[in-house]
Design a protein around this ligand. Structure first.
Ligand code: NAD
Length: 506
């Protein structure tokens, strides 16, 4: 955090639909990962500014929750059209702040856009249950009602998709939302919010605030905030989940990962190699569903040299020039951490068969470049295996059997995603049944579910019980109200009852 001088690149907050300049004197520098130049200053907003955002959101919720569900849904219908129409502009903003390639930026937005499409089925998603005549002339039915102000805190690696995992579903359910995007990539979220207002959402229903821990704490301790959705690193997720639940609030935290791909000797070799290249190096490995460990079972290890050869041709680069396979690592600090972990791998005895340290890209001498990196002979007690590296680094292990591969995966603390490549239905079935990971791909390397399912990370990759998007998110963003009713006909009375009269006589 710095006490930077305010410049005309100060990032604005979005309060009541208006871009406003924070009165804070504390800022975090936004730094381009391509050049390491400061491209903006993100304010660490003041308590009164955060309070105002929450208060306004709460007031908006009080009427929005009673706005007919079809009206709320129509806002989302228009919103999805606007996001699609403005995809190139959004992708450009996203590239500028994150360094992602243009195609990857579009992919990021498309995965978020699909959640808006799902939000358009709100009337069905909000249906309750009903049973007539649960006792004599008594009916019981339930509603899913909005809970109030929901808060979201999002990471740097999907500036479009992850905010869109959260606020469209919360808002279409009748809530208001306060979002604190990553201070490294706040501009995509701001533009996405502006488009929601263009689509007709009430001006206070979504507020964008900025800052770091202190501002997150202000949200965590605010009486009017009812739920917290977090996506980010395990340490921060653990902190937010604990503090939110200690404050008796609802919380979900999607955190780190170490995703393994199992390669059986009966798999289709070319499919394996192509899948592994994209899944391990895409977005410079800065994806929570990236494959960071390849488990080559038995004779499939003979394909490793060909894989390494393919990976050696993968090139990072700038998004404007086109042709790059992935962009830079987000910060110099993150790059240094990745390089240190690679050195630790070497020192611990893993075999570095492709070393991406010191990569350069023409035209960007100060970019955070890391080339594709591959280790063989990795052991499960090494730092490169245990840590979430979050870079273009693939660790290879060579188990003798599927059972041994399953043991490795099931003993890992994380459980976000995993994948098996095989032509055997029996192997695929054993893997699917026995693996302790929440999202499983069979001949699919990155099995991210579409939004009508939920994003179901397990073990150390998720804290909470209701997952992001899908029907589970609708449950997370609503409270069930169960009504039991009886209507008396004229002159009908049953006298005084001192206990519940259920009829168990038959
Ligand atoms: P991060 O935890 O550093 O930051 C995430 C958010 O938390 C940011 O908005 C940041 O401002 C805020 N924050 C940072 N420190 C805080 C603190 N001490 N108290 C309160 N808030 C704080 O994460 P990141 O580096 O932006 O993102 C990378 C991480 O996100 C990786 O671990 C990755 O696996 C994870 N991730 C997980 C998923 C998933 O679905 N499981 C998806 C994407 C990213």
């Amino acid at each position: 955090m710095s006490k930077a001088i305010k410049t005309n690149t100060t990032v604005k907050a979005l309060i009541s639909g208006e871009l406003i300049e924070s009165k804070s004197t504390t800022f975090v520098d936004m730094v381009s990962p391509l050049t390491n130049e400061v491209i903006g200053q993100v304010p660490c907003m003041l308590q009164e500014e955060i309070d105002l955002a929450v208060q306004k959101a709460h007031e908006a919720y009080l009427s929005w929750r009673f706005t007919p569900v079809m009206t709320r849904t129509r806002v989302m219908l228009k919103y999805q059209a606007l996001v699609k129409e403005n995809m190139d502009e959004l992708a450009t903003i996203l590239c500028e702040e994150s360094g992602k390639t243009f195609d990857d930026a579009k992919g990021d937005l498309v995965r978020g856009y699909e959640v808006i499409e799902f939000a358009c089925s709100a009337p069905t998603l909000l249906m309750g249950e009903t049973v007539e005549n649960v006792a004599n002339k008594v009916n019981t039915y339930s509603y899913k009602q909005a809970i109030g102000v929901c808060a979201g805190v999002t990471p740097f690696n999907f500036p479009g998709m992850i905010p869109l995992w959260m606020f469209p579903l919360s808002i279409v359910a009748g809530n208001a939302f306060v979002l604190k995007p990553s201070e490294m990539v706040p501009n995509t979220a701001i533009r996405l919010a502006q488009l929601l207002f263009e689509a007709g959402a009430p001006k206070d229903i979504l507020q964008i605030v900025h800052g770091q821990k202190e501002q997150v704490d202000m949200l965590l301790d605010h009486d009017l905030v009812r739920s917290y959705s977090f996506v980010g690193s395990p340490a921060v997720g653990g902190y937010i989940y604990s503090r939110a639940t200690a404050n008796l609030k609802r919380a979900q935290a999607l955190v780190g990962a170490k995703n393994h791909m199992v390669i059986m000797p009966d798999a289709d070799k070319q499919s394996v190699l192509n899948a592994l290249v994209g899944a391990s190096m895409g977005a410079a490995g800065q994806r929570c569903m990236a494959i960071s460990v390849a488990l080559f079972v038995g004779k499939s290890k003979e394909w490793i040299p060909e894989l390494v050869d393919k990976l050696s041709k993968v090139k990072p680069g700038g998004w404007k020039e086109g042709g790059a396979d992935y962009g830079p690592v987000i910060t110099r600090r993150a790059l240094n951490r990745i390089e240190d972990l690679v050195q630790e791998g070497v020192d611990e005895g893993a075999k570095l068969v492709l070393d991406g340290r010191g990569a350069t890209v023409e035209g960007y001498p100060n970019g955070n470049w890391m080339g594709p990196t591959v280790f063989r002979d990795v052991k499960v007690d090494m730092a490169i295996y245990k840590a979430e590296i979050f870079g273009p680094v693939l660790s290879i292990l060579e188990p003798e059997s599927l059972t041994e591969a399953l043991d490795i995966i099931n003993n890992n603390m994380f459980g976000n995603g995993t994948s098996i490549f095989t032509s055997s239905g029996a192997s695929a079935t054993k893997f699917r049944r026995e693996v302790s990971v929440g999202q499983v791909g069979i001949n699919i390397p990155i099995p991210v579910p579409l939004p009508f399912f939920s994003f179901t990370g397990w073990k150390g990759s998720f804290y909470g019980d209701l997952h992001a998007y899908g029907k589970q998110a609708m449950t997370f963003y609503t409270e069930t109200k169960t009504v039991t009713e009886k209507w008396f006909e004229d002159e009908e009375s049953e006298g005084i009852a001192f206990n519940f009269k259920a009829d168990h006589s038959k």
